[in-house]
Design a protein around this ligand. Structure first.
Ligand code: NAD
Length: 367
């Protein structure tokens, strides 16, 4: 495989376009040679916005793969289509795969995807890209400086439910903890409204995670998480107000201070050096510009990794560990017990189906 790496993207909805943007901003390493979507309107829109020639547009993914024979397969489709597209990449001998979170709809599918990529020497990653936002850069800088002292606790919360933003934030906890693995999890889940969503999840999930280095993670996502922005909420899929989708926080507490970052551009830190102030800032709108910036950096880091230059923070093994933590939280909620990691695969319990049969509707209130 030689540079620039040829790329095709399946799915040209909201996220597929942002992937396209990321690759077009990294042309020294990548060349987009095909786009595919069942929906012509989405293809046409991408072609118009990004000036893509018509002979690069396809409705059928297999046909595009057969004709284009890309180095890298990217897909930005809804969660139920993951394994089949990884298998498509294997069939056509791709060397790299990037795709959207959540990485699968079950732990067994996730494990199968990891194995397929490993067995076929495919360098793969999952798009959990908020850690490349400038607000997260501020947190990254504080963590690297050592100003927080010894890290004791990492808290992550988001209003959106688990397979929407939750998987992101588990990944960011792992990132803030230097890639250290979780050893055990105690979790809670309730509410069955979103279990029938395109991104199936309980309505609220909370957990304590014990990491191998002694750091504790406190994680929550869903309607009962703290609300830190102003917006009208509706208990239906896709809250209309965009502020809902970036109402989240990753906070790191050390022996000498704390710091946090949010997707909406805000960040803050309080350490001996900032005394008596809390230093804070706001990079502004996620949807207008920050998400594009993060995608460019995510893509650049992937390219460097392909070239053997440094690590890729969104590699598939790390994504799998995050997915495994979420699965452990669900199992803990179902079994009312602590779950140790790595998970055992002795049975083939369908955790989401178990949650569907056990969880009840919640009376929704805007807390
Ligand atoms: N990383 C992030 O910050 C972030 C943000 C939002 C959504 N997402 C994730 O991105 C994924 C996609 O979300 P979206 O909002 O772009 O969805 P979307 O519905 O807007 O777009 C998906 C597109 O894929 C197309 N598609 C599906 N299967 C196909 C196939 N087999 N062949 C060709 N086209 C196919 C659909 O026609 C559609 O246009 C979801 O998993 C979602 O969770 C990630």
């Amino acid at each position: 495989m030689s540079r620039p790496y040829s790329v095709v993207i399946i799915g040209q909805g909201e996220r597929g376009k942002i992937f396209l943007h990321g690759f077009l901003k990294n042309q020294e390493r990548f060349r987009v040679i095909g786009l595919c979507d069942h929906k012509n309107a989405n293809l046409e829109e991408s072609a118009r916005i990004y000036n893509i020639p018509r002979d690069m547009l396809y409705n059928d993914a297999d046909e595009m793969m057969r004709i284009k024979k890309p180095d890298i397969l990217v897909f930005a489709t809804l969660p139920h289509i993951r394994l089949s597209l990884v298998e498509l990449g294997v069939k056509y001998g791709v060397k790299g795969i990037l795709f959207e979170k959540p990485m699968a709809t079950s732990i067994y599918e996730a494990a199968r995807i990891v194995k397929l990529c490993k067995d076929n020497n495919i360098r793969a990653g999952v798009c959990q890209q908020h850690k490349y936002l400038r607000s997260f850069d501020q947190l990254r800088g504080i963590l690297a400086s050592g100003e927080l002292g010894d890290i004791m606790e990492i808290r992550a919360s988001c209003k959106a439910h688990a397979s929407q933003l939750g998987t992101h934030y588990i990944d960011y906890m792992i990132w803030a903890n230097g890639g250290k693995r979780a050893r055990a999890v105690v979790g809670h889940a309730h509410g069955n409204f979103y279990l029938n969503d395109s991104h199936p999840s309980p309505d609220y999930v909370m957990a304590q995670i014990a990491f191998e280095n002694g750091v504790r993670g406190i994680f929550e996502c869903g309607y009962f998480s703290p609300k830190r922005a102003q917006y009208e909420v509706e208990f239906t899929y896709g809250a209309k107000d965009l502020a809902f989708w970036t109402d989240d926080r990753l906070a790191v507490f050390g022996t000498k201070g704390y710091a946090w970052a949010e997707c909406n551009g805000r960040y803050a830190c309080f350490t001996a050096k900032t005394l008596p102030e809390i230093v804070s800032g706001d990079y502004g709108d996620f949807f207008e510009h920050e998400q594009f910036y993060a995608q460019e950096r995510f893509t650049a880091e992937y390219g460097q990794w392909l070239d053997g230059e440094g690590i890729f923070l969104s590699d598939i093994e790390t994504a799998y560990h995050g997915f495994e933590i979420l699965e452990a939280i669900y199992r803990s909620a179902l079994e009312c017990d602590r779950i140790d990691l790595p998970l055992s695969f002795s049975d083939k319990t369908d955790t989401l189906e178990c949650l569907k049969s056990r969880l009840k509707p919640v009376t929704y209130r805007d807390f």
